[in-house]
Design a protein around this ligand. Structure first.
Ligand code: PMP
Length: 393
């Protein structure tokens, strides 16, 4: 059997429409198939490869850590320098009060930790989240997700979860003194890139303050430079009580975090009520890669060009079949009439060497989230191919 046949017969499938692209090697914004076919990657593994594939400094950091040690002990016991240095580097990107980092392996795990932390700190049970939110596939993260189709088969899920409409002011009164936390994607990703306004976030922050509710911002997809600021919340003049991140954090390695202040996070330390434990969280190799990733974003000035690159995409992606483009920096959704119109275009573009896809809860929009290192000429090349693909189907 060849690799494609093995993929279909022995790997658990997650969708009726796997992209099925076989990749042998990746470098920068490019991926290469076994036959040498070259692809431009416009989705970065969904906001993961923000600094590009196999960034040399990420590879060096990984190699240096490989020469020292891999896993030593469950998280939080031994002093492992990649973890300690990463925690400090993360805090340096954040407002002063967010000074305590809990390292995990993934986005879902970061969400789980944040929800447990909020319940434990507030001694409250109820959680508010948003319609069409995606926070992960584990049962806690799924419980605060906002898509009933995804949740239906797994009930009963966490009790006490209520969905409000992202960006809607008048539902903020659902947040009460019984609410442990509001969890919200700063930019809704899988809903197809929805961006609320600053006034909304400020009203949300105020309501949380008034009710003693913790505000959890999920920047798993929007963080690490994707929107042109290191953190997307910087666009809106608010600060979270707990921030969750993953994806772009590891420069291609698996790692995530939930971040709060020392007092809030301190409740996990209090025995005998067991806090929160992870064997592999903050794996030293991933932590070293993440530390390098933060440095690359700073050294290469990646944030500064995000907005102008997004503008180039928007200027070029004009076609009668394109209904519009929603975006916050390089987190973009190109709207079409329907999935039936979009799917053949995506297939054609892949055949022509440009990889895009669609969104979990929005299948009539094309996802564009390239590595932030993409150049103007590479954007032009990619957009030309997309427009040609639209014309050819
Ligand atoms: N939150 C958001 C906003 C996400 O986009 C994702 C992943 N698509 C997750 C949480 C879950 O992250 P993971 O797949 O690493 O568990």
């Amino acid at each position: 059997m060849n690799n494609r046949q093995l993929f279909l017969s022995h790997l658990a499938q997650t969708t009726d429409f796997p992209l099925m692209i076989e990749i042998e090697k990746a470098e920068g914004i490019y991926m290469f198939g076994p036959d040498g076919k070259k692809y431009i990657d416009l989705i970065s593994g969904i906001g993961v490869s923000n600094v590009g594939h196999r960034h040399p400094k990420v590879l060096t950091a990984i190699q240096e850590q490989l020469d020292k040690y891999l896993h030593l002990m469950v998280y939080g016991e031994y002093v492992q320098s990649p973890q300690a240095l990463l925690a400090k580097a993360l805090c340096d990107t954040l407002p002063k009060h967010l000074d305590n980092v809990y390292l995990v392996n993934s986005g879902s795990e970061a969400v789980e930790g944040a929800l447990k932390l909020a319940k434990r700190y507030t001694n409250r049970r109820d959680i508010i989240s948003c319609v069409d939110a995606y926070h992960g596939s584990s049962q806690g993260a799924l419980s605060v997700g906002g898509n009933e189709i995804f949740k239906r088969a797994y009930r009963p899920l966490l009790p006490g979860v209520k969905n409000i409409v992202y960006g809607s002011f008048f539902q903020l009164d659902q947040i009460t003194t019984d609410t442990a936390a509001v969890i919200i994607e700063t930019i809704q990703g899988e809903a197809g890139i929805k961006v609320a306004c600053s006034n909304y976030f400020q009203a949300l922050r105020k309501r949380c303050d008034e009710t003693g509710t913790l505000l959890i911002l999920d920047e798993i997809q929007a963080g690490f430079g994707r929107t042109g600021k290191f953190w997307a919340f910087e666009h809106f003049g608010i600060e979270p009580d707990i921030l969750v991140c993953a994806k772009g954090m590891g420069g291609g390695m698996p790692i995530g975090a939930f971040i709060a202040n020392k007092e809030v996070m301190g409740v996990f330390k209090n025995n005998p009520l067991l806090g929160h434990i992870t064997t592999f969280g903050g794996h030293p190799v991933s932590a070293a890669a993440s530390l390098a990733t933060i440095q690359i974003i700073k050294d290469e000035g990646l944030l500064e060009s995000v907005e102008s690159k997004a503008e180039i995409f928007k200027k070029l992606l004009v076609h009668p079949k394109i209904k519009g483009v929603r975006n916050m920096g390089l987190m973009m959704a190109v709207e079409f009439d329907s999935f039936d119109v979009l799917k053949p275009i995506i297939d054609k573009a892949i055949e022509m060497g440009v990889i895009t896809d669609w969104f979990l809860f929005c299948d009539d929009a094309m996802r564009i989230a390239p590595p932030l290192i993409i150049t103007e000429s590479q954007i032009r090349e990619a957009c030309e191919i997309i427009l040609k693909a639209i014309d050819e189907v």
